[in-house]
Design a binder for this molecule. Structure first.
Ligand code: SAM
Length: 180
């Protein structure tokens, strides 16, 4: 997958340029960079990862490719409460599958999202995941799109839609979904 594929997976989930977003489990920033392209230079991104080396790499790449965006990197565990402003959106790409008990994390994420009237005013959670419920050593607790629809609803996200899919040799397929 390249940068354009990352953009394509997220693009229908980003309703407008600008806004304040977070990428939880950003790693080296594959999807942070896609988000930067989609929200443009007036946007702000909080990139959270517990891995300090990945964080440095992300900062460097962002400075090179999207120098105008406001990027805050936070080295932290996203399963613990984070200090974040009200968010227009959160991206969790290939990171929630490391969490066995996802409910408490989803409740926390819901609490970070801006509350408004109607679909476009509410903050949204964008998920990118393998479309599988079978874990392995590298992807311990994945969840298929069908499982995500239920999990999101159980945790107070009343609407979920699939945004895009991408074929993957590993665990068959990757999907992106938006929940709000
Ligand atoms: C497979 S990588 C995905 C990185 C990026 N989102 C992507 O899709 O390319 C998973 C990332 O999530 C981070 N991660 C996993 N659990 C985490 C946690 N509880 N708190 C913070 N970061 C976490 C890891 O350090 C790693 O950088």
């Amino acid at each position: 997958m390249n940068h354009n594929d990352h953009v394509r997976l997220l693009q229908n989930g980003v309703p407008r340029p600008g806004g304040v977003w977070a990428d939880l489990g950003a790693g080296e920033g594959a999807f942070t960079l896609a988000l930067a392209e989609l929200i443009g230079p007036v946007g702000t991104i909080y990139a959270v990862d517990r891995d300090g080396r990945a964080r440095q790499s992300l900062e460097k790449t962002m400075r090179r490719l999207f120098p105008q965006i406001t990027l805050h990197t936070i080295q932290a565990d996203f399963t613990r409460p984070l200090s974040l402003p009200p968010l227009d959106g959160v991206v969790m790409a290939n990171s929630l599958h490391f969490v066995a008990n996802k409910g408490p994390v989803l409740q926390q994420v819901k609490g970070y999202l801006r509350k408004g009237d109607g679909r476009l005013e509410n903050g949204r959670l964008l998920i990118v995941e393998y479309n599988s419920d079978q874990g392995n050593h590298w992807v311990p607790y994945p969840f298929s799109y069908q499982s995500w629809v239920k999990l999101a609803q159980q945790n107070g996200f009343s609407h979920t839609e699939q945004l895009a899919t991408y074929p993957s040799r590993f665990l068959h397929e990757i999907y992106a979904a938006a929940s709000w």
